[in-house]
Design a protein around this ligand. Sequence first.
Ligand code: FAD
Length: 397
Amino acid sequence: MNKPLKQHLIDPEICIRCYTCEMTCGLEAISHDDNNVVIDVSKCEFCMDCIPVCPTGSIDEWRVVAEPYSLDDQFGWEDLPAQQEIGEGQEADTGLEALDDAMAILLAEAHKGAGGKARAPASAAKPTINMYNLGKPAEATVQGNYRLTDEASDGDVRHIILDMGGLPFPVLEGQSVGIIPPGTDADGKPHLPRLYSVSSPRDGERPNFYNVSLTVKREPNGICSNYVCDLKAGDRVKLTGPFGATFLLPSDPETNLLMICTGTGSAPFRGFTMRRQRENPSLTGSLTLAFGARRQEELPYFGPLKKVPESFMKKLFAFSRQEDGPKQYVQDRLRDEAGQVSELLKDPKGHIYICGLKAMEQGVEEALSDIARGVGLDWAELRDTMREDGRYHVETY
Ligand SMILES: Cc1cc2nc3c(=O)[nH]c(=O)nc-3n(C[C@H](O)[C@H](O)[C@H](O)COP(=O)(O)OP(=O)(O)OC[C@H]3O[C@@H](n4cnc5c(N)ncnc54)[C@H](O)[C@@H]3O)c2cc1C
């Protein structure tokens, strides 16, 4: 039995037959007839050169197949076949495994807390994944590096803005990028990228500039976080990605979001909030942010967050080491707001997102479980239903 393979295809329904991909492909793997533009599986080597030049994204389609679709199949069809059922353990052979695997493993590990396979919200936009990789990274220019936490505070968290210089880098709120730190590891191998959640909305930190921002915490002895936190304006940075196909913002403005985070876990929620502010500034009561840190001075974006109208986004701050305040964690704030949280649990359009320190998972789960029990709901059951619906998301690291 042949090992299934990953086949590169073009979606004939959205392809505008501009043939830019065909002109770009150095291997002449792409051709067309009067009907469709097609890819010769025997020639395509996944170099990805054609992906960024495609104006519609119709070329960013992949199927894992036991038997590849022939050119005649592709010339003749009107829409793309659905992904076939591939037998257990029958992983596809792509040649990109090393990188895909490393990033996929990091993301799967980060999403484990959801208790099962994560799904994207039903109304989320379609993400682009893996457009750039170790073999062909994107290069960006640092536009800004701002410290978000008080100089005097322990945690050094930075807001980093990257100018993609017109390079297509379609990234959605909730996705992450890989930053390739320069240099080699102890075995002389190039460092693997580290993942950072994007903290800007899809049209850019500045509307329609498509510049990308990140929220990075300096880790003691950390290779990549120190590299990123020490970047200067004008420096060039190598990126991979985008990554993440599930931890996404629903496009349906009627959805209610409970966003729970600590520290840099606020990054995706900054993107979510800005996206909603740009798209539906008049929305009220659909966003709640529970945000924990040791002290106020160590909470990234505290200042800007406070300016977001409470009607647009309810904020529940929790400080565990604030001298002049109660010692609180995010789960304590959830319990304080059990009434509102239980309403969201009962709401078929209610969505929960958890991002940040892995250590917060258990406390948050226990709080949600208690709040659910308080209204006669079984949290374990509800969580699985919400996850299956694309309404429960965990990304911790
Ligand atoms: C999906 C996802 C999203 C993420 N999003 C973000 C984000 O938005 N912002 C963010 O800041 N991080 C984020 N991370 C974490 C980030 O990817 C890195 O793991 C983090 O920046 C540490 O990388 P590093 O290269 O600095 O540390 P590494 O060099 O990889 O070291 C890892 C850890 O080991 C410790 N360490 C290393 N060497 C030593 C030593 N000699 N002695 C003791 N300890 C040591 C470091 O302190 C560090 O904590 C995310 C991770 C995932 C999986």
